[in-house]
Design a protein around this ligand. Structure first.
Ligand SMILES: [Zn+2]
Length: 237
């Protein structure tokens, strides 16, 4: 089987689609992912252990793991970041654009090329090849393309990490986006052949390493419309 990233014939590793470190806080004491019954899309919830499939060769797995390690340090406080909270918007600066963007792109791309049923709604079309080339070249591309909106999920006052959700297709301000929930965030990844433009590009990761994260209650996650409406407000800030 050829590796999905470099296309070379190789022995393939059992690759995670959603990076392993994002599962670490997700298991309950019985080692199952938590399922949140208050979210109406109940049928979409699956208990999954790992979500892995043979996808990448050893070299490509190593390549991707560098960005995952960076992202894991960002989440666990191992990287010095500037964080400023303004109401329910958190501004984060001093991110490494290249590494964090490639982390985001690699999750989106892996979900798109995965044959697992869990990721069946992520259909990237021609963007799968564009993303593959970017990731193979370790090129994060333009901040205007494949931007990701991050929503921090709160639940009963705390940060809510115990949730993973089947990705789905949605629309944000007229753009097609794929919605992922893992690691305590809702990630809306835009997939479009057009530049993001103002004001939306003020909310996604910029070339200078700034991103805005909107904090929302996990219960409100049932529809993205309320998130979408907030984006315009975020962009003006
Ligand atoms: Zn490879």
């Amino acid at each position: 089987m050829p590796c999905a990233l470099c296309l070379q014939e190789a022995e393939l590793r059992r690759s995670h689609i959603i990076p392993e470190f994002l599962y670490e806080t997700l298991y309950d004491e019985k080692h199952r992912l938590q399922v949140l019954s208050i979210v109406p899309e109940r049928d979409n919830w699956r208990e999954q252990k790992g979500l892995r499939e043979r996808l990448l060769c050893d070299a490509c797995e190593q390549k991707v793991s560098v960005w995952e390690r960076y992202a894991s340090l960002v989440f666990k406080g191992g990287i010095a970041l500037t964080v400023r909270q303004d109401g329910d918007i958190v501004h984060i600066s001093d991110l490494d654009y290249r590494q964090f963007k490639l982390f985001q792109l690699s999750v989106l791309w892996r979900a798109g090329v995965s044959s697992l049923q869990f990721f069946e709604k992520v259909q990237l079309g021609k963007h799968a090849e564009t993303l593959r080339r970017l990731i193979l070249a370790e090129d994060p591309g333009s901040p205007e393309r494949y931007g990701c909106f991050m929503f921090g999920l709160k639940h009963e006052g705390g940060v809510f990490t115990g949730l993973i959700m089947q990705p789905g297709k949605t629309r944000l301000d007229g753009h097609i986006a794929y919605r992922f929930v893992f690691g305590g965030f809702l990630w809306a990844m835009l997939v479009s052949g057009h530049d993001l433009g103002v004001p939306l590009n003020r909310c996604t990761l910029s070339a200078t390493g700034h991103t805005a994260i909107l904090l929302r209650n996990a219960i409100e996650m049932k529809n993205l419309v309320s998130f979408s409406m907030k984006l315009g407000q975020m962009g003006r800030l």
